[in-house]
Design a binder for this molecule. Structure first.
Ligand code: SAH
Length: 334
């Protein structure tokens, strides 16, 4: 078991001489549990309406320059149908914290998807909700929940979010999700403004506490209509190295090669996969809304139909010697 102390972590993060050794070891561990398989999750961006005002995020409440949309239930089901016909067996519904999606509405949607596609997993990524709400959604059939903690350091958290949002609540949500039996995903941005090596170590320690089934990390990329417009994007190299470290610390985790990594580096996702990632998340959202779900500038995969998206990813995955696995891809111990 790879359980580095803080000094070792600090050295691994700050020094690049061991990157390739880490990558090779991470790839070995990933192959031990998953072979060369890369799981597929169909991402449906159901709304860019958000009550929150996170300083880094392009769909924050204060951004008056984007056109807001919310998919109708019919549009959501139609995305699932397209995905199902393409072989997808996991649907991820993600969105801003849009109050329209009450428990009644969201439970009905989850329930309808699960009834129509009982062989599929439904993952939600709809932000912070109450214990009761997570419980209702679980009863409606939701299998998994993605909620990145963003940073596990209080001071850093308050530099990324306005007053009124708290790390404490974010953490509480994650503990609630775990206790309700969700396969739970967490994670953070790499290179977000003010992030220090110590912050990253806290992130890894927090994840050791939570023991998430899924871990998403992706580089921070500035969005031109946010307070962080002038900050540089995070480093692809650091993102990739952290993927290897995380793979070694969480051998069975489901770790996506993120769109953000593919945005800052043309072969970022391929390199992520070679460094330990075992998930890709092609976009299933209707083409006409893709550009409006712009969390950061220059987001890739906004111009292709879902079928093209999956074929493009298939080629990328195969180009580095791995293969797409279209099954549900649950965490091995579930
Ligand atoms: N409202 C949901 C979904 C948020 S969007 C929630 O709160 O979980 C999904 C993820 O995109 C966020 O968790 C954040 O880590 C990432 N993200 C947002 N803005 C970003 C940016 N400018 N650069 C990179 N990633 C960003």
């Amino acid at each position: 078991m790879f359980n580095p102390d803080n000094n070792q972590l600090k050295e691994l993060i700050s020094d690049n001489s061991n990157n390739e050794v880490l990558r090779i070891r991470a790839d070995e561990v990933r192959r031990k549990y998953y072979g060369n398989r890369v799981f597929v999750r169909g991402l449906i961006e159901i709304s860019n309406i958000c009550k929150n005002d996170c300083y880094y995020c392009g769909i924050r409440k204060s951004n008056r320059n984007i056109s807001r949309y919310r998919l109708t239930e019919e549009e959501i089901y139609s995305c699932c149908e397209t995905g199902y016909n393409l072989g997808f067996r996991t649907f991820v519904l993600q969105g801003g914290e849009d109050l329209y999606f009450s428990d009644i509405v969201l439970c009905r949607i989850v329930n309808n998807i699960k009834n129509k596609y009982p062989d599929c997993a439904v993952t939600l990524s709809m932000g912070e909700r109450s214990y009761e709400s997570y419980k209702n959604l679980k009863s409606a059939g939701a299998d998994r929940y993605l909620l990145r903690h963003e940073t596990a350091d209080n001071t850093h958290y308050s530099k990324l979010h306005p007053a009124g949002m708290s790390l404490e609540n974010r953490k509480k949500c994650l503990y609630n999700l775990k206790s309700l039996g969700y396969q739970t995903g967490t994670g953070f941005m790499v290179g977000s403004p003010y992030q220090t090596v110590e912050n990253i170590i806290s992130d890894l320690r927090f994840m050791q506490e939570i023991q998430p089934e899924m871990i998403g990390i992706g580089v921070f990329i500035p969005h031109h209509d946010t307070p962080f417009r002038d900050y540089p994007h995070g480093s692809a190299e650091l993102n990739i190295k952290l993927i290897s470290i995380i793979r070694l610390m969480f051998p069975k985790a489901l770790i996506p090669a993120t769109t953000a990594l593919g945005t800052v580096s043309p072969d970022g996702r391929e390199r992520g996969i070679q460094a330990g990632c075992n998930v890709v998340m092609p976009n299933l959202s209707p083409l006409m809304f893709r550009k409006s779900y712009e969390l950061y500038d220059n987001k890739i995969c906004t111009g292709e139909e879902s079928a093209q998206c999956i074929e493009c990813l298939r080629k990328r995955v195969e180009s580095v010697g791995y293969e797409l696995d279209m099954s549900r891809g649950d965490y091995p111990d579930v």
